[in-house]
Design a protein around this ligand. Structure first.
Ligand code: THU
Length: 134
């Protein structure tokens, strides 16, 4: 199945009683496996999680760590990009050249790289002088 079709299908399972805004995300990994996630809101609003975070959690639970392609879909006037926090979460497992396909349920689609969406990312080199456990 197309990555966007997977994101479109999982979006239906989003738990969004507070925003009413369903989001679906799908991630393809180096092995070719696909992992999906939807947003899960919570009465304590900050505890809600984004669709991308759900897909990342499913990927890690499945034993994978290398993202090769990302898709996000929502019912919106224009394609919805991952939020700022999710861009950094995705960058943990995806290089700057990885394509992020953003789609609307109407069929509009935009593609950008993760590097375009998150220029100047916080990377391991920034912590080169850190001493864990200090
Ligand atoms: N949301 C996502 O799931 N992914 C994004 O990248 C943007 C925002 C969700 C969070 C919340 O449940 C709803 O959309 C409205 O912000």
């Amino acid at each position: 199945m197309d990555l966007i079709d997977t994101a479109r299908a999982v979006r239906e399972n989003a738990h969004v009683p507070y925003s009413g805004f369903k989001v679906g995300a799908a991630i393809r990994t180096a092995s070719g496996a696909v992992f999906a996630g939807c947003n899960v809101e919570n009465l304590a609003y900050p505890q809600g999680t984004c669709a991308e975070a759900g897909a990342i959690a499913a990927m890690c639970a499945g034993g994978e760590r290398v993202i090769t392609e990302i898709a996000v879909i929502a019912d919106a006037p224009m394609p919805v990009p991952p939020c700022g926090g999710c861009r950094q979460k995705l960058r943990e497992f995806a290089g700057p050249d990885v394509a992020v396909i953003m789609a609307t349920t109407d069929g509009a689609q935009t593609v950008m790289t993760l590097g375009e969406l998150l220029p100047g990312a916080f990377e391991p080199g920034h912590m080169a002088r850190a001493t864990p456990g200090a």
